[in-house]
Design a binder for this molecule. Structure first.
Ligand code: USQ
Length: 382
């Protein structure tokens, strides 16, 4: 297949591009280095040293003999995206090319509006680039479990059957986003759903949980192919942050009681989930939603897992209780359904001490690059 990966320089985008290329697909990627720039602006950097996009695709070509097309432009500019859709003619567009950070979006009005403007406009451009060029193209869009929030009922996969005043319908599951960022993803879902109903777009929304891990089959081939690893207060996510903190002897930053529960998945499973979505496209006019995570954990439970694995490697790690910078439920019900990807063939890579130890060992090789000042939470929801 011909697969266009938007956000192909990122934590997930680059491993996804290599994953599809390694399996014989023709791959093109687009990025504008926004992630690199925003992390640098916040005073941090990827823990793993990463080459620029052109160097990466060149390294991939030299090592594997396979070609990945690389394009640098902003997806908020429609013309280059339209031109690429015409020249590359993808069968599927995998859209990761968005600002992914809740804290970043909560800094102030400027960050909130920039996050929503960037994400919502580039998603609309992607929808129109598909519809204007070839409506057969399947849009595989990275959404988030954080669109649903933490309601006091089971979370369904995208839709819920409701009986109200004697009438029944199947409607989008209610949304209670955790941040301006998560709200941008809710807007994207609404817009994609609209485009599928009105213009016949075929689309899959992957409502992903929190991803962890640093290594995939392809990133492990050569250091030149590594993916980025963020651990700062804005772009680092919980488990990845805890692993880096354990490696440098920083107390694990559990926010509040740590009773917050989320869905998690290993980075390798992200790639497999996207592959399953691409290989089994939605129908014309269908807006599918998959809840993309494999296991649920409380944040405190995760910190304890990291502490135990670190101890087995001879690292003594403390768990801190940091005042929660976010406005969020700290003890709550959480039971989301996640069967659709399993039904398509996903075999989950479950969390284990060995998996955490493996991540800790990779991070140890780069621990001298850690910027300690970037770890403590500075962005608050108040
Ligand atoms: N947390 C801590 N300590 C930390 C970092 C986070 O206790 O050092 C807590 C947060 O308060 C929150 C939970 O861990 O309750 C998850 O926070 P996170 O930063 O790992 O994840 P989140 O902000 O929800 O966002 C991340 C990705 C985002 C994706 C989302 C999936 O950045 O792109 O959409 O995970 S989900 O969480 O399912 O919405």
């Amino acid at each position: 297949m011909r697969i266009l990966v938007l956000g192909g320089d990122g934590y997930l985008g680059w491993p996804t591009a290599m994953y599809f290329s390694a399996r014989g697909h023709d791959v093109a990627v687009v990025d504008n280095y926004l992630r690199r720039r925003t992390v640098l602006e916040a005073g941090s950097d990827s823990l793993t040293p990463v080459l620029n996009l052109h160097q990466r695709v060149e390294a991939w070509r030299k090592i594997t003999g396979r070609t990945i097309e690389a394009h640098l432009f902003d997806l908020c500019d429609y013309e280059p995206l339209d031109a690429l859709m015409k020249s590359f003619q993808p069968d599927a567009v995998v859209h990761y090319g968005q600002i992914p950070s809740a804290p970043y979006s909560m800094v102030d009005r400027i960050h909130a509006t920039f996050t929503q403007q960037n994400n919502i406009v580039n998603n609309l451009n992607t929808i129109f680039a598909i519809l204007n060029n070839n409506p057969e193209v399947h849009l595989v869009k990275l959404g988030t479990m954080g669109e649903y929030g933490c309601p006091n009922i089971d979370i369904e996969e995208g839709y819920i059957e409701i009986e109200h005043k004697g009438r029944k319908d199947t409607l989008p599951f209610p949304k209670l986003p955790h941040s301006w960022y998560h709200a941008s993803k809710v807007a994207d879902s609404t817009n994609i759903h609209f485009a599928s109903r009105v213009y016949g777009l075929r689309a899959t929304d992957l409502n992903q949980g929190v991803v962890y891990g640093v290594s995939t089959e392809e990133t492990d081939i050569d250091p030149a192919l590594m993916t980025r690893f963020d651990y700062d207060e804005q772009f680092g996510t919980a488990l990845n942050r805890f692993c880096l903190q354990a490696v440098i002897g920083h107390p694990l930053t559990v926010y509040g009681t740590g009773g917050q529960t989320r869905g998690f998945l290993n980075i390798r499973d992200t790639l497999r989930c996207v592959e399953l979505a691409v290989e089994n496209p939605a129908d014309r006019g269908e807006f599918r939603v998959f809840n993309q995570f494999t296991e649920s954990f409380s944040i405190r439970g995760l910190a304890e897992t990291v502490q135990k694995s670190a101890r087995e490697l001879g690292l003594e790690v403390e768990i801190a209780s940091v005042e929660n910078p976010r406005t969020e439920a700290q003890e709550h019900y959480y039971n989301p359904t996640h069967t659709k990807l399993i039904d398509l063939g996903l075999k989950p890579t479950l969390m284990s001490d060995d998996l955490v130890k493996n991540t800790l060992q990779v991070l140890m090789q780069h621990k001298d690059r850690a910027v300690v000042e970037a770890i403590a939470p500075r962005t608050t929801w108040s």
